[in-house]
Design a protein. Structure first.
Length: 367
Protein backbone atom coordinates (compact mmCIF):
# COMPACT_ATOMS: atom_id res chain seq x y z
CA UNK A 1 0.00 0.00 0.00
CA UNK A 2 2.83 2.42 0.85
CA UNK A 3 4.42 1.76 -2.52
CA UNK A 4 1.21 2.55 -4.40
CA UNK A 5 0.25 5.66 -2.41
CA UNK A 6 3.75 7.16 -2.39
CA UNK A 7 4.37 6.41 -6.06
CA UNK A 8 1.08 7.98 -7.14
CA UNK A 9 1.72 11.02 -4.93
CA UNK A 10 5.23 11.51 -6.33
CA UNK A 11 4.03 11.07 -9.93
CA UNK A 12 1.28 13.66 -9.49
CA UNK A 13 3.75 16.05 -7.84
CA UNK A 14 6.41 15.76 -10.53
CA UNK A 15 3.98 16.05 -13.43
CA UNK A 16 2.20 18.97 -11.78
CA UNK A 17 5.19 21.18 -10.98
CA UNK A 18 6.96 20.53 -14.29
CA UNK A 19 3.76 21.15 -16.26
CA UNK A 20 3.02 24.35 -14.34
CA UNK A 21 6.61 25.47 -14.88
CA UNK A 22 6.36 24.93 -18.64
CA UNK A 23 3.00 26.72 -18.74
CA UNK A 24 4.53 29.68 -16.92
CA UNK A 25 7.53 29.86 -19.25
CA UNK A 26 5.27 29.72 -22.32
CA UNK A 27 2.50 31.92 -20.94
CA UNK A 28 4.43 34.65 -19.11
CA UNK A 29 3.86 37.11 -22.01
CA UNK A 30 7.33 38.57 -21.69
CA UNK A 31 7.31 38.91 -17.90
CA UNK A 32 10.83 38.10 -16.74
CA UNK A 33 9.55 37.52 -13.21
CA UNK A 34 7.17 34.75 -14.21
CA UNK A 35 9.57 33.23 -16.72
CA UNK A 36 12.05 32.88 -13.86
CA UNK A 37 9.30 31.40 -11.70
CA UNK A 38 8.48 28.87 -14.42
CA UNK A 39 12.14 27.92 -14.76
CA UNK A 40 12.29 27.58 -10.99
CA UNK A 41 9.34 25.15 -11.02
CA UNK A 42 10.92 23.07 -13.79
CA UNK A 43 14.22 22.94 -11.87
CA UNK A 44 12.30 21.85 -8.76
CA UNK A 45 10.47 19.03 -10.53
CA UNK A 46 13.36 17.89 -12.72
CA UNK A 47 15.77 17.86 -9.79
CA UNK A 48 13.42 15.93 -7.50
CA UNK A 49 12.76 13.36 -10.24
CA UNK A 50 16.35 12.12 -9.93
CA UNK A 51 15.54 11.03 -6.39
CA UNK A 52 11.82 10.23 -6.53
CA UNK A 53 11.89 8.01 -9.63
CA UNK A 54 14.54 5.61 -8.22
CA UNK A 55 12.64 5.67 -4.91
CA UNK A 56 9.40 4.66 -6.66
CA UNK A 57 11.22 1.88 -8.51
CA UNK A 58 12.71 0.62 -5.25
CA UNK A 59 9.35 0.66 -3.48
CA UNK A 60 7.63 -1.20 -6.31
CA UNK A 61 10.36 -3.80 -6.93
CA UNK A 62 13.16 -5.24 -4.79
CA UNK A 63 13.52 -2.62 -2.07
CA UNK A 64 15.88 0.23 -1.15
CA UNK A 65 18.90 -2.00 -0.49
CA UNK A 66 19.20 -2.76 -4.19
CA UNK A 67 18.95 0.91 -5.23
CA UNK A 68 21.60 2.43 -2.96
CA UNK A 69 23.61 4.07 -5.76
CA UNK A 70 20.66 5.47 -7.78
CA UNK A 71 19.02 6.79 -4.62
CA UNK A 72 22.24 8.35 -3.35
CA UNK A 73 23.00 9.90 -6.73
CA UNK A 74 19.44 11.25 -6.85
CA UNK A 75 19.78 12.87 -3.42
CA UNK A 76 23.09 14.39 -4.52
CA UNK A 77 21.59 15.94 -7.64
CA UNK A 78 18.49 17.11 -5.77
CA UNK A 79 20.65 18.85 -3.16
CA UNK A 80 22.27 20.91 -5.92
CA UNK A 81 19.06 21.66 -7.85
CA UNK A 82 17.30 22.80 -4.67
CA UNK A 83 20.12 25.28 -4.16
CA UNK A 84 19.55 26.57 -7.70
CA UNK A 85 15.82 26.74 -6.89
CA UNK A 86 16.41 29.22 -4.07
CA UNK A 87 18.81 31.32 -6.11
CA UNK A 88 16.10 31.63 -8.78
CA UNK A 89 13.53 32.45 -6.09
CA UNK A 90 15.80 35.25 -4.91
CA UNK A 91 15.78 36.71 -8.43
CA UNK A 92 12.00 36.37 -8.57
CA UNK A 93 11.93 38.55 -5.45
CA UNK A 94 14.20 41.13 -7.11
CA UNK A 95 12.07 41.20 -10.26
CA UNK A 96 8.72 41.34 -8.50
CA UNK A 97 9.65 44.18 -6.18
CA UNK A 98 11.95 45.90 -8.70
CA UNK A 99 14.95 45.76 -6.43
CA UNK A 100 18.02 47.51 -7.76
CA UNK A 101 21.51 47.36 -6.34
CA UNK A 102 21.83 45.48 -3.03
CA UNK A 103 25.02 43.87 -4.31
CA UNK A 104 25.88 42.75 -0.80
CA UNK A 105 22.64 40.80 -0.57
CA UNK A 106 23.25 39.17 -3.93
CA UNK A 107 26.79 38.28 -2.88
CA UNK A 108 25.42 36.68 0.29
CA UNK A 109 22.98 34.53 -1.69
CA UNK A 110 25.67 33.43 -4.12
CA UNK A 111 28.12 32.85 -1.28
CA UNK A 112 25.72 30.64 0.66
CA UNK A 113 24.78 28.77 -2.52
CA UNK A 114 28.43 28.20 -3.40
CA UNK A 115 29.27 26.92 0.09
CA UNK A 116 26.25 24.61 -0.04
CA UNK A 117 27.23 23.16 -3.43
CA UNK A 118 30.88 22.74 -2.39
CA UNK A 119 29.82 20.90 0.78
CA UNK A 120 27.52 18.68 -1.29
CA UNK A 121 30.47 17.73 -3.49
CA UNK A 122 32.68 16.61 -0.63
CA UNK A 123 33.37 12.84 -0.56
CA UNK A 124 32.63 12.73 3.17
CA UNK A 125 28.91 12.86 2.29
CA UNK A 126 29.21 9.25 1.07
CA UNK A 127 26.24 9.76 -1.23
CA UNK A 128 26.66 6.41 -2.96
CA UNK A 129 26.93 4.34 0.20
CA UNK A 130 24.23 3.00 2.48
CA UNK A 131 25.33 4.97 5.54
CA UNK A 132 25.61 8.70 4.81
CA UNK A 133 26.93 10.36 8.00
CA UNK A 134 24.50 12.60 9.90
CA UNK A 135 27.23 15.17 10.62
CA UNK A 136 27.68 15.95 6.93
CA UNK A 137 23.95 16.07 6.45
CA UNK A 138 23.97 18.88 9.02
CA UNK A 139 27.05 20.64 7.60
CA UNK A 140 25.72 20.91 4.04
CA UNK A 141 22.31 22.08 5.21
CA UNK A 142 23.54 24.95 7.39
CA UNK A 143 24.19 27.34 4.44
CA UNK A 144 21.02 26.01 2.80
CA UNK A 145 18.95 26.89 5.88
CA UNK A 146 20.58 30.32 6.11
CA UNK A 147 19.73 31.00 2.47
CA UNK A 148 16.15 29.87 3.10
CA UNK A 149 15.91 32.12 6.15
CA UNK A 150 17.14 35.07 4.09
CA UNK A 151 14.53 34.42 1.38
CA UNK A 152 11.81 34.09 4.04
CA UNK A 153 12.66 37.50 5.51
CA UNK A 154 12.86 39.16 2.08
CA UNK A 155 9.46 37.92 0.92
CA UNK A 156 7.79 38.59 4.27
CA UNK A 157 9.01 42.19 4.46
CA UNK A 158 8.44 43.03 0.78
CA UNK A 159 4.95 41.51 0.56
CA UNK A 160 3.93 43.42 3.67
CA UNK A 161 5.53 46.68 2.53
CA UNK A 162 3.92 46.53 -0.94
CA UNK A 163 0.61 45.09 0.30
CA UNK A 164 1.16 42.25 -2.15
CA UNK A 165 -1.84 39.98 -1.63
CA UNK A 166 -0.74 37.53 -4.34
CA UNK A 167 2.58 36.76 -2.61
CA UNK A 168 1.54 37.40 0.99
CA UNK A 169 2.01 33.72 1.96
CA UNK A 170 5.17 33.01 -0.03
CA UNK A 171 7.29 33.32 3.11
CA UNK A 172 5.07 30.80 4.91
CA UNK A 173 5.48 28.16 2.20
CA UNK A 174 9.24 28.35 2.67
CA UNK A 175 8.93 28.23 6.47
CA UNK A 176 6.79 25.09 6.19
CA UNK A 177 9.13 23.42 3.69
CA UNK A 178 12.10 23.86 6.04
CA UNK A 179 10.00 23.04 9.10
CA UNK A 180 9.18 19.62 7.65
CA UNK A 181 12.64 19.11 6.12
CA UNK A 182 14.84 19.73 9.17
CA UNK A 183 13.44 16.80 11.28
CA UNK A 184 13.98 14.49 8.30
CA UNK A 185 17.65 15.49 8.10
CA UNK A 186 18.19 15.05 11.84
CA UNK A 187 16.19 11.95 12.73
CA UNK A 188 14.90 10.07 9.66
CA UNK A 189 17.78 7.58 9.75
CA UNK A 190 16.96 6.53 13.31
CA UNK A 191 13.16 6.99 13.18
CA UNK A 192 12.05 6.04 9.62
CA UNK A 193 8.48 7.28 10.15
CA UNK A 194 9.81 10.84 10.32
CA UNK A 195 10.60 10.45 6.63
CA UNK A 196 6.86 10.81 6.03
CA UNK A 197 7.32 14.53 6.69
CA UNK A 198 8.68 14.77 3.16
CA UNK A 199 5.07 14.58 1.95
CA UNK A 200 3.90 17.83 3.61
CA UNK A 201 7.26 19.36 2.68
CA UNK A 202 6.50 18.53 -0.94
CA UNK A 203 3.01 20.02 -0.57
CA UNK A 204 4.59 23.24 0.68
CA UNK A 205 6.67 23.46 -2.50
CA UNK A 206 3.58 22.82 -4.61
CA UNK A 207 1.95 25.73 -2.77
CA UNK A 208 4.97 27.88 -3.64
CA UNK A 209 4.61 27.05 -7.33
CA UNK A 210 0.84 27.59 -7.30
CA UNK A 211 1.28 31.06 -5.78
CA UNK A 212 3.45 32.04 -8.73
CA UNK A 213 1.13 30.48 -11.29
CA UNK A 214 -1.98 32.12 -9.81
CA UNK A 215 -0.26 35.50 -9.79
CA UNK A 216 0.76 35.07 -13.43
CA UNK A 217 -2.77 34.18 -14.50
CA UNK A 218 -4.07 37.28 -12.76
CA UNK A 219 -1.35 39.76 -13.69
CA UNK A 220 -0.52 38.64 -17.24
CA UNK A 221 -4.09 38.54 -18.47
CA UNK A 222 -4.30 40.42 -21.77
CA UNK A 223 -7.51 42.35 -22.37
CA UNK A 224 -8.53 43.35 -25.87
CA UNK A 225 -9.22 47.05 -26.27
CA UNK A 226 -10.82 48.41 -29.45
CA UNK A 227 -10.92 51.97 -30.78
CA UNK A 228 -13.13 52.12 -33.87
CA UNK A 229 -14.91 55.42 -33.49
CA UNK A 230 -18.70 55.77 -33.41
CA UNK A 231 -20.48 52.40 -33.47
CA UNK A 232 -23.98 51.01 -33.05
CA UNK A 233 -25.16 48.89 -30.11
CA UNK A 234 -25.12 45.87 -32.41
CA UNK A 235 -21.48 46.57 -33.29
CA UNK A 236 -20.55 46.65 -29.61
CA UNK A 237 -22.39 43.39 -29.05
CA UNK A 238 -20.37 41.74 -31.81
CA UNK A 239 -17.12 43.14 -30.44
CA UNK A 240 -17.89 41.74 -26.99
CA UNK A 241 -18.74 38.34 -28.46
CA UNK A 242 -15.38 38.43 -30.25
CA UNK A 243 -13.59 38.86 -26.91
CA UNK A 244 -13.15 42.65 -26.68
CA UNK A 245 -13.53 43.76 -23.08
CA UNK A 246 -12.60 47.44 -23.32
CA UNK A 247 -13.47 50.23 -25.75
CA UNK A 248 -11.66 53.55 -26.19
CA UNK A 249 -13.33 56.80 -27.27
CA UNK A 250 -11.90 60.07 -25.97
CA UNK A 251 -14.27 62.98 -25.38
CA UNK A 252 -11.11 65.12 -25.86
CA UNK A 253 -12.30 68.22 -23.91
CA UNK A 254 -15.39 69.88 -22.46
CA UNK A 255 -18.73 70.21 -24.19
CA UNK A 256 -18.14 73.96 -24.63
CA UNK A 257 -14.67 73.59 -26.14
CA UNK A 258 -15.36 70.50 -28.26
CA UNK A 259 -16.42 72.38 -31.46
CA UNK A 260 -13.09 74.24 -31.39
CA UNK A 261 -11.23 70.93 -31.51
CA UNK A 262 -13.39 68.58 -33.59
CA UNK A 263 -15.79 69.36 -36.45
CA UNK A 264 -16.52 65.92 -37.97
CA UNK A 265 -18.88 64.81 -35.19
CA UNK A 266 -20.47 66.21 -32.05
CA UNK A 267 -19.78 65.91 -28.37
CA UNK A 268 -23.15 64.22 -27.85
CA UNK A 269 -22.22 61.53 -30.39
CA UNK A 270 -19.17 60.69 -28.27
CA UNK A 271 -21.29 60.60 -25.11
CA UNK A 272 -23.83 58.27 -26.73
CA UNK A 273 -21.04 55.98 -27.91
CA UNK A 274 -19.67 55.70 -24.38
CA UNK A 275 -23.14 55.00 -22.98
CA UNK A 276 -23.45 52.10 -25.45
CA UNK A 277 -20.09 50.77 -24.25
CA UNK A 278 -21.28 50.78 -20.64
CA UNK A 279 -24.66 49.30 -21.59
CA UNK A 280 -22.86 46.38 -23.22
CA UNK A 281 -21.01 45.71 -19.96
CA UNK A 282 -17.60 46.61 -21.39
CA UNK A 283 -14.94 48.73 -19.70
CA UNK A 284 -14.96 52.27 -21.06
CA UNK A 285 -11.74 54.17 -21.71
CA UNK A 286 -12.16 57.89 -22.34
CA UNK A 287 -10.22 61.04 -21.57
CA UNK A 288 -8.79 63.93 -23.47
CA UNK A 289 -6.00 66.37 -24.12
CA UNK A 290 -5.23 69.30 -21.86
CA UNK A 291 -3.35 72.36 -22.99
CA UNK A 292 -5.43 72.95 -26.16
CA UNK A 293 -6.52 76.46 -25.15
CA UNK A 294 -9.24 75.31 -22.78
CA UNK A 295 -10.01 76.96 -19.45
CA UNK A 296 -9.84 75.40 -16.00
CA UNK A 297 -13.63 75.27 -16.10
CA UNK A 298 -13.40 73.20 -19.30
CA UNK A 299 -11.11 70.69 -17.61
CA UNK A 300 -13.44 70.51 -14.61
CA UNK A 301 -16.41 69.96 -16.92
CA UNK A 302 -14.57 67.12 -18.70
CA UNK A 303 -13.74 65.45 -15.38
CA UNK A 304 -17.37 65.66 -14.23
CA UNK A 305 -18.69 64.34 -17.55
CA UNK A 306 -16.40 61.31 -17.29
CA UNK A 307 -17.52 60.69 -13.70
CA UNK A 308 -21.18 60.85 -14.70
CA UNK A 309 -20.53 58.24 -17.39
CA UNK A 310 -18.71 55.94 -14.93
CA UNK A 311 -15.60 55.77 -17.11
CA UNK A 312 -13.19 53.02 -15.99
CA UNK A 313 -9.95 54.30 -17.52
CA UNK A 314 -9.11 57.97 -18.15
CA UNK A 315 -6.09 58.89 -20.28
CA UNK A 316 -4.97 62.48 -19.67
CA UNK A 317 -2.75 63.68 -22.50
CA UNK A 318 -0.73 66.89 -22.14
CA UNK A 319 -0.40 68.67 -25.49
CA UNK A 320 3.13 69.04 -26.86
CA UNK A 321 2.83 71.77 -29.52
CA UNK A 322 4.69 70.77 -32.69
CA UNK A 323 5.72 73.31 -35.37
CA UNK A 324 3.55 73.05 -38.47
CA UNK A 325 0.44 71.86 -36.63
CA UNK A 326 -2.72 73.92 -35.91
CA UNK A 327 -1.89 74.37 -32.22
CA UNK A 328 1.82 75.04 -32.68
CA UNK A 329 1.73 78.45 -30.99
CA UNK A 330 0.09 77.35 -27.77
CA UNK A 331 2.34 77.44 -24.69
CA UNK A 332 3.30 74.18 -23.05
CA UNK A 333 1.59 73.44 -19.77
CA UNK A 334 3.68 73.77 -16.64
CA UNK A 335 4.26 70.73 -14.47
CA UNK A 336 2.25 72.44 -11.73
CA UNK A 337 -0.78 72.85 -14.02
CA UNK A 338 -0.57 69.20 -15.11
CA UNK A 339 -0.36 67.99 -11.51
CA UNK A 340 -3.30 70.16 -10.45
CA UNK A 341 -5.37 68.78 -13.31
CA UNK A 342 -4.50 65.21 -12.40
CA UNK A 343 -5.31 65.91 -8.75
CA UNK A 344 -8.89 67.04 -9.33
CA UNK A 345 -9.47 64.34 -11.97
CA UNK A 346 -8.50 61.81 -9.31
CA UNK A 347 -10.70 63.51 -6.72
CA UNK A 348 -13.73 63.52 -9.02
CA UNK A 349 -13.03 60.02 -10.41
CA UNK A 350 -11.69 58.16 -7.34
CA UNK A 351 -12.09 54.65 -8.76
CA UNK A 352 -10.95 55.24 -12.35
CA UNK A 353 -7.56 54.26 -13.70
CA UNK A 354 -5.92 57.61 -14.47
CA UNK A 355 -3.39 57.29 -17.31
CA UNK A 356 -0.79 59.97 -17.93
CA UNK A 357 0.66 60.75 -21.36
CA UNK A 358 1.96 63.46 -23.66
CA UNK A 359 0.62 64.11 -27.10
CA UNK A 360 1.28 66.24 -30.14
CA UNK A 361 -1.53 67.57 -32.27
CA UNK A 362 -1.41 66.70 -35.97
CA UNK A 363 -3.37 68.44 -38.70
CA UNK A 364 -6.12 65.82 -38.63
CA UNK A 365 -6.53 66.00 -34.85
CA UNK A 366 -8.33 69.31 -35.15
CA UNK A 367 -11.03 68.02 -37.44
Amino acid sequence: MQAIVETVFDAVYLVSVITIGILMICGCKGSHQFKLFGLMAVVLGAGDSFHLIPRALALCTTGFENFTVPLGLGKWITSVTMTVFYVLLYYVWRERYRVKGNNGLTAAVYGLAAVRVILCMMPQNQWLSDGSPLSWGIYRNIPFALMGLLIIVLFYRSAKEHNDSAFRWMWLTIVLSFGFYVPVVLWANTIPMIGMLMIPKTCAYVWTVLIGYSAMKKECKVELCASHGLLSQEDFNRLKEAGVGRYHANIETSRRNFPNICTTHTYDMKIETLKKVKAEGMCACSGGIIGMGETWEDRLDMAISLAELGIDSIPINALMPIPGTPLENLPRLSEEDILRTIAFFRYINPDANIRLAARSCSSDQRR
